[in-house]
Design a protein around this ligand. Sequence first.
Ligand SMILES: C[S@@+](CC[C@H](N)C(=O)[O-])C[C@H]1O[C@@H](n2cnc3c(N)ncnc32)[C@H](O)[C@@H]1O
Ligand code: SF4
Length: 308
Amino acid sequence: MSQMKSANLAITNRCNFNCSHCSVNAGINKKELSFNEINRIYKKLKKLGFEKIDIGGGEPLLRKDIVDIVSAAKRQGFEAKILTNGSLVSENLLKKLNRAHLDGIAVSLDSVDFDTERKIRCINKKTFSTVIKNIKKIKKFGFYTKINCVLCNSTMHRLNGLISFCEKNKIDELRICYFLPIGRGASFRRRELVPPLKWLKYIKKNLNSSKKTKIFVGALIAKKGTKNTDCLVHNNENLDIFPDKKAYVCPVMKHQGKSAGKIDSLNLNVKHKRACFPLLKNFFRKNYIPKGYQFVCPLRKFLTADVT
Ligand SMILES: C[S@@+](CC[C@H](N)C(=O)[O-])C[C@H]1O[C@@H](n2cnc3c(N)ncnc32)[C@H](O)[C@@H]1O
Ligand code: SF4
């Protein structure tokens, strides 16, 4: 079964955080897409059959015209979500985003323990508390609320606390992502990369029977025979578009500088397969895919029970 075509639109490179793992190197320049450019991109994506847009960055809530950007996506008929670090949310903004019919908000939170979170996101205690409060506000406003967590060496031991937080606050979805050694993350890979099997087993061991929150993992390996493990970008189901208008079929392709072209002149026939496979194989060598397991595109999402 083919996935819904989904695009990640980085509307700005600016960010008020400076996360050490940032896959997109946010903040290295101040480039952003103008509102007119964004509208043209929506039209192009519509023509290409895309149905879903995740509006991110950098930090998308730094844009004063974020409500207009969401409204325009909804007018074109997209399912639209915002991906945010959660620090710039206000009740006033949430009211406006509600009126613009935004479909959901995904906040990045790797741990509910401040000392753990600051290792990755380099934020102070006040900002951390604001993010936690804002996640609760988003939920209270009735948005589909998702938490994206990057589970790496520094954050692993706090997974239980994060799951309990999601349950207690009736968070709709928790996505546990594998740390990718790309962007700024490339320079601290030795510290943060966890062998894929250890990662998967750890999650399985620590999952209590979650009822209110749907928990998905973006694993790197799965039991042999698991279905739908193929590279997500294989069928051009995913597109990452950046403020310079360059599009990539997966974030790893951006790290490798292999663009599918500018959004106005895309070449989606280029075959990109398993871009992350050689990148990660390099680190784990022969322990990468243990016996009985197979490679899985980390952009796909699975229930843990399906992959372990
Ligand atoms: C690049 S950020 C942009 C949106 C927003 N600023 C935020 O932090 O949510 C999008 C997502 O990518 C995740 N991310 C950043 N660096 C990563 C890495 N090296 N590996 C995996 N995910 C990463 C972030 O945690 C966040 O959930
Ligand atoms: S992960 Fe998000 S919040 Fe952190 S620096 Fe990158 S864009 Fe900013």
